[in-house]
Design a protein around this ligand. Structure first.
Ligand code: HEC
Length: 97
């Protein structure tokens, strides 16, 4: 019984790990939508695009600042950071080329 529990929790542990891995898979369409909705209220995406051309931009810091300015939810901020840092091609996503 005990052993079964250990195996079971191990199983769900792995499942959870796999699911979080899937969560990192960036959906370009959802990202475009999220950026369009939340990041173009005060300026165009060109600002974001320009910044993507700079290496080592501190996206977490930038998005936190923008989030405070625009009162964006933590979920939105996290999603934007993932979109800008984990996409295979963030520039294509933001700059449209
Ligand atoms: C409430 C208004 C507002 C919203 C919403 C907003 N921004 Fe900004 N953003 C600004 C202002 C104002 C500036 C120019 C001042 C500055 O650079 O800090 C700016 C500048 C920037 C810059 C340039 C910063 C730099 O260091 O060169 C980037 C990149 C940026 N925004 C990205 C974003 C992203 C990504 C989002 C969506 C999560 C977003 N912004 C949402 C107001 C906003």
């Amino acid at each position: 019984m005990r052993k079964g529990l250990v195996v079971l929790s191990l199983f769900f542990g792995i499942l959870g790990f796999a699911a979080s891995g899937i969560g990192q898979n960036v959906d370009p369409q959802a990202c475009g939508q999220t950026l369009q909705t939340n990041c173009t209220r005060c300026h165009g995406l060109k600002k974001v695009c320009d910044k993507l051309n700079q290496a080592n931009a501190d996206w977490k810091g930038i998005v936190t600042t923008m989030g405070q300015r625009g009162k964006l939810s933590q979920e939105v901020q996290d999603a934007v950071v993932v979109c800008l840092t984990k996409s295979s091609d963030p520039k294509k996503l933001v700059c449209g080329k």
